[in-house]
Each structure stands twice: as structure tokens, then as C-alpha cells.
Design a protein around this ligand. Structure first.
Ligand code: C5P
Length: 207
């Protein structure tokens, strides 16, 4: 199948030298892309700004902002069908500065200038393919994941508790649960991100 994977953070610039972002390193998404390529799938990895090597056999597109990422996902999914998949691991910034100044803002301008606009939900907006989402939460993780699954019409959500040691941003391990729209849950033990990625790909293949 054709598999499109989003990974890493996005950057939302407010002037040429400042941006809003988050601590995502892209490790989980790069592991998913590697696992899918190892299984012989046609993989496009759409990566925000990260410093990781492209996995073998993976086509990579680098992007900066959420809107760049959305465009790249649409292009990569062009012509894709129901047997293809979008696996969205990226930590997309929910907001961007409403305007990006052409010149560096003065400190005194910040508070009066900084207004925010909502970014597009890339995963929710993708149509006609099977979709897997991620949910990183600190509270009510399983209920939130099931809600996301229904709202974004996903095959399943990979939920992880980012408040727990050894999980989430920048770590090499993760402890996740697969949550379906009906609320059913499969919980995995703490394992390496590549092992988690292989389980995700196998689960998608089996559906
Ligand atoms: O709603 P929430 O941001 O928690 O959803 C997380 C899931 O949605 C992740 O799979 C993430 O990659 C995806 N997402 C997206 N575009 C956004 C926000 C989240 O694709 N703007």
C-alpha cells in the first residue's frame, strides 16, 4: 500500500527569527516510516524541522509550517485510495501567528502585534484513505483518544501518556495503547519506538 507519514514538529514564524513550536524530535514518525518501508510499502515521509537521517527506501519531503505540511500531504495522497494510508505522528502546532512580520519585531511591539490563527487539522481534512492518529495527553488519555478516533474518522489512535517517564517527546521508548472508535483498547508494554512502529504497521495491514 501507499503510506504517507507525517513526523516532527511544525514551526510557525512570527518574524524572520522567531517561531512557535514544540519539542517533538520526529523519532516516532521516522520509526513508523522505516517500519512501513521494511514491510515493502511505498512510503512518503513528510517531516517538519528535525535532525534525523531518512530511513532506507523512504521518500522524504521536508516542510516547515502546518500549512506547508498540509500541502505536502495533499500532494502525496493525490490519487491514493481506500487501500492506502495516512499515519499522522506529527506534533502539528495548533496555532500560528496571524501575521508573519517581514522584519524582526521590536520587543516593545510583541504584545500588541501577536495575534493567533487556527492551523488546519491535516489528519481530519484528509479523505478517501485509511487514517491512523496519535494522541499525546496528560489527562483522560483513553477517553480523549476514542473521541479523536470518531471525530477524525480514524482506523485507530495510538495513545500515549506524555506525563509518564520514558514516553513521548524525544525518548527512544514509548508505552502506547491502540484505541478504536468504539472505545476498545489494546495496551502495549513499554517498548522501543521501532517496535511500536512495527506493531502499528502490522495492525493497519490486518484491517
Ligand atoms: O487533536 P489532536 O491535535 O490531539 O490530534 C492529534 C492527531 O492529529 C495527531 O495524529 C496529529 O498528527 C494530527 N494533527 C494534524 N493536524 C493538526 C493537529 C493534529 O494532522 N493541526
Amino acid at each position: 500500500m501507499r503510506v504517507v507519514v507525517t513526523a516532527g514538529p511544525t514551526r510557525e514564524y512570527l518574524d524572520p527569527v522567531r517561531f512557535l513550536s514544540n519539542p517533538s524530535t520526529g523519532k516516532m514518525g521516522f520509526a513508523v516510516a522505516r517500519a512501513a518501508a521494511e514491510r515493502g510499502h511505498d512510503v512518503t515521509l513528510i517531516a517538519g524541522p528535525v535532525s534525523l537521517k531518512t530511513p532506507k527506501g523512504v521518500r522524504r519531503v521536508d516542510v516547515t509550517s502546518a500549512r506547508d505540511m498540509e500541502r505536502a500531504v495533499k500532494a502525496a495522497l493525490c490519487g491514493a485510495g481506500e487501500s492506502d494510508a495516512l499515519i499522522a505522528t506529527a506534533a502539528v502546532a495548533d496555532w500560528r501567528p496571524a501575521m508573519c512580520a517581514k522584519r524582526k519585531l521590536k520587543k516593545s511591539q510583541m504584545e500588541s502585534v501577536l495575534k493567533l490563527a487556527r492551523n488546519p487539522d491535516i489528519l481530519k481534512g484528509a479523505k478517501g484513505v485509511r487514517k491512523v492518529g496519535f494522541a499525546a495527553e496528560t489527562d483522560n488519555i483513553l477517553a480523549e483518544a476514542a473521541r479523536k478516533c470518531r471525530e477524525k474518522r480514524l482506523e485507530f489512535v495510538v495513545a500515549n501518556d506524555v506525563g509518564e517517564a520514558g514516553c513521548g517527546f524525544g525518548t527512544d521508548t514509548n508505552r502506547v495503547s491502540f484505541v478504536s472508535a468504539d472505545g476498545s483498547v489494546e495496551s502495549l508494554p513499554l517498548m522501543g519506538k521501532l517496535a511500536v512502529a512495527r506493531r502499528i504497521v502490522r495492525r493497519l495491514e490486518g484491517r
